[in-house]
Ligand binder design. Sequence first.
Ligand SMILES: [Zn+2]
Length: 709
Amino acid sequence: MLETKRIARVKALVHNLTRWSGWMGIVGVILFATAWFWFPFPIENFRQYDASRCITDRNGEILRTTLSPQGQRCLPIPLADAGKWLPVAIVATEDKRFRRHHGVDFLALSRAIGQLAWNREVISGASTISTQLVRLANPRPRTLPSKIIEAFRALQMETILSKDEILEQYLNRAPFGSNLVGIRAASLHYFSKEPADLSLTEASLLAGLPQSPSRLRPDRHPQSAKKRRDHVLERMVECRFIEKDRSKASIQMPILLEPWTPPFLAPHFVDSILQGKLNLPSQTTLDLHFQKLTEDLITRHSSDKAYGTGVVILDAANGDILAMVGSPDYRNKRGAGQVNVTLAQRSPGSTLKPFAYALAMDRGLLTPEEILKDNPLNLPGYQPKNFDGNFRGAVSARQALIQSLNLPAIEILRRIGQKSFLETMQGLGLTTLNETRDHYGLNLILGGGEVRLLDLARAYAKLAQAKPGDTISPEAAFLVAKILSGNERDLAVFGHARNERIPRVAWKTGTSARNRDAWTIAWDQQYIVGVWRGNPDGSPCPNLTGIQDAAPLALEIFTEISDHESKNIHLPQPPLGLAKRTICSQTGLPADATCLQTIMDWYLPGISKTSSCKGDCLSKANNPSPAHTSPHIIRPINGQTFALLSDRENPSLALEAEGSGNLYWFVNGSFFRKSNAKEILQLPLEPGIYEITCTTDEGHADFVRIVVE
Ligand SMILES: [Zn+2]
C-alpha cells in the first residue's frame, strides 16, 4: 500500500516535472527566438579593427607602422597570410572541435558543468574560439551572465560569419603580450618574421600566448613560455595535426627570439601621408629600392653651398611617386631635416620655360629653328637679363631653350599670352600659382611664381607622356624633349668625365634670384627625376646653380634607375603629327627661292605658320644697317689675368669698346654703366672672376672674361 502510494507520488512528480519542463522549454524557445531577432548580431563591431597604420612600399615592404588609436600594435592580415602552422596550433590549443560546433561546444560545456558540480572548481573551460572572439570584440566582465550573452552571440555569429572568417578575426584580435594584438604584430615583434614564415616551433610558441599573454611573454618569462609551447605541441599531436616525432623534435628546441626594430623608412614621404598632405592608401606607390638609391646618392653629392636637398622620382605614366626625399638628413635638427622641401613653395627659376615653348609650338607660333631676338628689353622698371649677362642678338628657338635665354622666353610668353600660360600651368597642377596674371607679369616665365617640386615634376610627367587631346600635344612635347636631350647637353654637365651609360634623357635646369633655389627636372617616357637644392629657410646660397648643383645629381639618379640596354636602342618615334620642311637658315621661316642658305626643320602641318622668308634674309645680308654692327671690347682682352698690387688704393680697370650708338656694360650679370664708343669707364676691382658684356641698343654683344688675383 505504502509502496503503491510512493510510486504514485514519484509518478506525479515525474509527470509534473515533465509538464513544467515542457512549458519551460517552450518559453525558453520563445524567449530565445525573440532575443535572436530583438538583439541582432552587432556585425559592425567586426567590420574594422583598432588597427595600426602600416605604410608599405609598392611591394609590401614596411616603411613604418603606427600605434592604433588605442595605443595598440595591431596589423590585421587575411587568413591566407597566416601561414601553415599558426591557425592549426591555435585551434588545437583553444578549441579542438572548432570546425564541428556551432559557436558553443555543448560537449565541453556539459563536461565543465559536471566537473564544477563534482570538484567544486573549474578544471576545463568551455569557451570556444567563437565565444572568445565575441569577448575580444566587446569585452565584458567575466561573470556567468556575460558568459551566457557571449554564448548567445557566438551562436548568432556562426550563422553570419564562416568558420574561416571567425578564425581570421580571432587571429587578428587575440592578445600576445605588451601592446601586441593579432598574430602579425606578435610574429614581427618576437621573430622579425611574417606569420607565413614561422616554423612549427615558433608558431606553437605564439599559439600558447593568448591564454595568458603577460604571464607567458617569451621575452620576460621564457620558462613558462616554453612549457606552454610544449603543451601546444602535444595538443597538436592529439588533434593529429602533426606526428608525435615532429612534436618531440620541436620540444627539444630552445626558445630563440629575434626582436624586431620597427622600420622607419622614407620618413618625409610617410610623414606626408600620415599628416594628410599626400593622399595615398597604406600600400603606397613608393619603390624602396629607388628610395634607398636616391638617399645614398644625395649623401654622395652633398654640397656645402646649401643644406637642403629634395628629390622626387615619378612614374611618367601616371605621376605616381616612386621616391621622395625631403632633406639630406631627417634627424638633423639644425638643418631643418624634418622639413620636406619637395612640398615647399619655391621660385622655379627657368623650369617653366619648356611648357611655354611647347605651347607656342602647339599654337603655330614657333618652330625649333625659328630665329628669335635675344636683345635687351627696356620696359619701365623691368630690365630682364640673361643668366650670364650676355645677349646673343639672333638665336634659334632651339638654342634659346638649351641656353635658357630669358629674353626669347619672354618673347614666347608674349606670343602665347600671360593669361593663357598661367591658366595652362595651373591646369597642369601647379596650384600654388594662385595669384593673378598681373601679380606675376612677364616674370612668371623667369621664376616669378612659387611652385612645389612634387607638382612641378608631375607637370613634367604630363609633358613626358603627352597624348593626343592633352593640354600639350605629343608633337610639341616630342620637340621640346628632343631639344633638351641632345648630346651637347650632357657634355655641359659631365665634361670629359661623361658617362657613356647615360640614358637619352631630357632635362631642364633652373636657378632662382639670388641663388636661393637650384633645380633640375630630368625626364624620359618612363621616369621623371626632380631635384631641388637650396636652404629650406629661403636664405641665398652664393654660387648655387641648377646646372652645377642639381643637374649632376638628377642625371646620376636617372642613370642608376634606367634600363640602359633597351633605352639607347629604342628612342621615341616622332609622333604622326610632325613633319620636316626646308627653312631659311637666316630667319628660320619657310624658305623661298631668294634664300641664300636653307636647312631642314620640324613643323606641325596645318598648325605651324607657313608665311615664308620673302627675301628678308637677303636684304639683311646686302644692306647691313649700322645699328646691326656688333660692338667690340678693346680692353680688357678676353682671358687676361690681373694681379692686384697691394700699394694701390681703390684699384680699377679700364673698359673700352668700339661700336655705334649707346653701349651697355654688364659685369657678372648685373648692369654696370652706359657709355659711348671710345669712352673709357673704370671698373673697381676685387679678386675674382669677371664676366664683362658690352651690348648695343639692338642687342648685339661682345663678351670677355678675366681673372683678378
Ligand atoms: Zn630667307
